[in-house]
Write a protein that binds this ligand. Structure first.
Ligand code: CA
Ligand code: CA
Length: 440
């Protein structure tokens, strides 16, 4: 029965993708993220709603260490901080980040999910957070961020926690998803953790959970060589239409109506294509986002399903792509290297966009930093506009307040007239005060 439905919904629409240059009216920012001391390279793999970035950096011994980049009061990311290594661990990776979540009587924030490799060689899935618990004496918290191993996984296998919900902002079910094994080896089994660990339902030889929607209602991944989704640990896997021998779902929008990933058609010299699965009338339709001579993959999508990021192959290298829903069934594509060329600077090359925050404000990835001559993670703040930021430096502070006060009573078009009514008055002052301290 499922096969019949599947063949009906396997409508492959090759989309006309429009390449456009986007006007930069949003005061975007771009930052290279550096490396751990002595390390030769880094990757940014995940970003939370408030622009905290996670990933890995090589350390002085050439080992991978999970790192987190916090941002200062002005919104500028600092040097990477190594996430704590649990006893017996020697390598680690952080794949995704959220501001935090609450499960039963525990609260965790911020949360970086990933894996630690222990001295027996096996990778163990878990997360880093400051944990707090309600007790009869009030809430008790860890002093600092620590590693929490996800219990109840199969012993003797590698495990990787790949994605986390962003439910501080979206409600829903707090959830971490991941899989056993390495992508390059067979035998993966997907799991989900919501305080307790569940194996995702289904009978398969090889399956992975790579992504979860921001509020946890849709888990996406792959079963054998086909893209799939789950609605809960016990509901699924449900197939997504594919065209070719292999395809993979990587991330989902908040309502689950948009799932992004890629497929390999197995045909020709450019077989790997970015894909969007769009749910219409309770059926998913596949849309292949392709241009002539274009191959690539999508990694991540915003909560509203309107912006997806990934990369296209360019010979032996690659370059980050961004697709934006044009609202008429078509998608606009742009290349971050070109769109933000003036911010990135000459001599630097971006390779891949690995994630976009659910609010669409932050994009992370990695590339070649011409200034350091190293491969490093990057953070692109796409939209740096904040109400009340008169001088457009990305933060609402006393400078903005003074600008309004010193021009109080002026008329005409000026930046201090924040509500655009032609007059600087108490209404504009209130805009600054209500947003005081906010940063992009
Ligand atoms: Ca300001
Ligand atoms: Ca005004």
């Amino acid at each position: 029965m499922r096969l019949t439905i599947r063949s009906i919904v396997s409508v492959v629409a090759v989309s006309a993708v429009v390449v456009t240059a986007f006007a930069q009216q949003t005061n975007p920012r771009f930052y290279w993220l550096g490396r751990l001391s002595g390390g030769s390279e880094s990757r940014a793999l995940g970003v939370s709603e408030n622009g905290t970035v996670v990933g890995w950096s090589l350390d002085g011994q050439g080992l991978r260490r999970a790192v987190i980049w916090y941002r200062n009061q002005q919104g500028v990311p600092g040097a990477p901080s190594a996430l704590p290594m649990p006893q017996g661990g020697f390598q680690s990776i952080a794949y995704d980040a959220s501001r935090g979540f609450r499960i039963d009587n525990a609260r965790y924030s911020p949360v970086a999910v990933g894996a630690v490799q222990f001295s027996d060689g096996l990778w163990s899935a878990g997360f880093w957070a400051i944990g707090c618990w309600s007790t009869p004496y009030g809430e008790q918290c860890n002093d600092e961020i620590r590693w929490f191993s996800i219990p109840g996984l199969y012993s003797g296998y590698d495990h990787f926690a790949r994605a986390v919900t962003h439910n501080n902002e979206y409600g829903g079910t707090p959830r971490i998803v991941g899989h056993t094994g390495d992508e390059s080896f067979g035998g993966g089994l997907p799991f989900a953790w919501s305080g307790t660990t569940s194996q995702l339902s289904g009978s398969y030889g090889e399956a992975y959970a790579f992504g979860v929607s921001p509020e946890g209602s849709v888990i996406v991944g792959r079963v054998d060589r086909s893209p799939a989704y789950w609605l809960s640990p016990t509901q699924g896997p449900f197939p997504l239409p594919q065209n070719g021998p292999k395809a993979e779902a990587r991330d989902a929008s908040s309502d689950g109506n948009i799932i992004v990933g890629w497929q390999d058609t197995g045909v020709g010299t450019l077989p790997v294509q970015p894909c969007v699965w769009r749910k219409v009338n309770n059926q998913y339709f596949q849309q292949v986002l392709t241009l002539t001579g274009f191959q690539g993959k999508l990694n991540s999508v915003s909560a509203d399903g309107k912006t997806a990021v990934g990369f296209r192959y360019r010979g032996s290298s690659s370059d980050p792509i961004r697709f934006r829903d044009a609202g008429n069934g078509q998608w606009n594509v742009d290349y971050l290297q070109q769109t933000y060329a003036s911010l990135i600077g000459s001599g630097s090359l971006l390779f891949e966009a690995t994630a976009i925050s659910p609010n669409g404000r932050y994009i992370v990835g990695y590339g070649f930093n011409g200034a350091t001559q190293r491969v490093e993670g990057f953070l692109l703040i796409v939209d740096c506009r904040i109400d009340g930021d008169v001088n457009q430096d990305g933060v609402v502070d006393d400078q903005d307040l003074l600008r309004v006060l010193f021009t109080f009573g002026s008329t005409g078009t000026r930046p201090e007239d924040l509500n655009g009514d032609g007059r600087v008055d108490d209404a504009d002052l209130l805009v600054v005060l209500f947003n005081f301290g906010r940063r992009c």
